[in-house]
Design a protein around this ligand. Structure first.
Ligand code: G3I
Length: 300
């Protein structure tokens, strides 16, 4: 393949980018998006603060701009995200207990129903595990509603959009460590008890290199019977191109690694200001990291 999307498709995978609705009017940006990528994730527009700014009032205008751009061009859409401790609207930040639990269920039902049939994979729950050595849950208002909030979120999403793959998504889970093992144990438990979960997203916000056990970590989750996806890839540092190649080859080596998403298009579009962690430079030129990914997708 001569583009990321075409080369990934030849390997039965997608290659996506995080997209900001406000940049779709930028011709350089949109030209690269349409040429190279066959999947998109809304960088912010489908989060809880964006879709339910006031309780019970839903706003899909900016999400729709991204979804419509993608679907009209045959691109897949990853939904991001139905439940997260961050980027909650103010009214939700101030809620707790059973009222918050009800509001969460209503939010998931309304958003997933609105987009039913258009979403390839939903990040149902984002970043619910703690950093560090505990392997346990992160404290949050959602966690304090009861440890079952994650499985309730997944069951609610399944009911609202039975055709979407339902993912758990997190960061600092890219190698075998206490945090990734905590998530591994949750996924194993969900599969054993019939809680609907189809995929795990590995954000892969990396510096210099991937962990040496990156592929083994993907594989151990795949062996639980879920797909794995690289969902927010960006890599800073001097070894950038090599590291992008390594991550791409790891995904290709794991049969259930179904696709890769980079978290932005040009370096100037990245949330990691000044770190230049993406595949295209500020002018939209292909970087060495781009060539490393394309070569890896093509089997080099
Ligand atoms: O849109 C407002 C603008 O109106 C306002 O003037 C400006 C002033 O701060 O803020 C703008 O919103 C910002 C938004 O990005 C859009 O640019 C928010 O402040 C800023 O917090 C927000 O950052 C996003 C961040 O998530 C929030 O947590 C990043 O763009 C986005 O790339 C980042 O993405 C996350 C994933 O969702 C989850 N995983 C980690 C990843 C990186 O942090």
């Amino acid at each position: 393949g001569t583009t990321l999307g075409a080369a990934a498709a030849e390997k039965g995978r997608y290659f996506g980018a995080a997209v900001a609705a406000g940049r779709l009017g930028d011709g350089t940006y949109t030209t690269i998006l349409n040429r190279e990528f066959n999947s998109v994730t809304a960088e912010n527009e489908m989060k809880m603060d964006a879709t339910e700014p006031n309780q019970g009032q839903f706003t899909f205008t900016n999400g729709d701009r991204i979804v419509n751009h993608a679907i009209s061009r045959g691109m897949k859409v990853r939904g991001h995200t139905l439940a997260w401790h961050a980027q909650q609207p103010g009214w939700m930040q101030r809620m707790e207990g059973s009222a918050l639990r009800s509001a969460l269920v209503n939010h998931i039902t309304r958003v997933a129903s609105y987009y039913r049939g258009k979403i390839h994979s939903w990040d149902v729950v984002n970043e619910a595990f703690a950093d560090g050595g505990s392997g346990g849950r992160r404290d949050s208002n959602l966690q304090r509603t009861g440890n079952d909030w994650i499985e309730v979120a997944f069951r609610t999403a399944r009911a609202a959009d039975p055709g979407a793959k339902l993912c758990y998504n997190d960061y600092n889970t890219d190698g075998v460590n206490a945090k990734s093992t905590g998530i591994y144990n949750m996924v194993r438990d969900f599969k054993a008890r019939g809680v609907p979960i189809d995929c795990v997203g590995f954000q892969s916000h990396l510096t210099n290199s991937a962990p040496s056990d990156y592929q083994a970590n993907l594989q151990r989750f795949a062996d639980l019977g879920v797909d794995v996806q690289i969902t927010e890839l960006d890599i800073s540092g001097a070894n950038q191109a090599n590291a992008f190649g390594t991550v791409t080859r790891a995904c290709l080596a794991v049969a259930r690694c179904t696709g890769i998403t980079v978290w932005g298009i040009r370096d100037s579009d990245s949330w990691r200001t000044g770190q230049n962690p993406l595949l295209f430079d500020n002018s939209g030129n292909k970087k060495a990291a781009y060539t490393a990914v394309l070569d890896a997708l093509n089997g080099g």
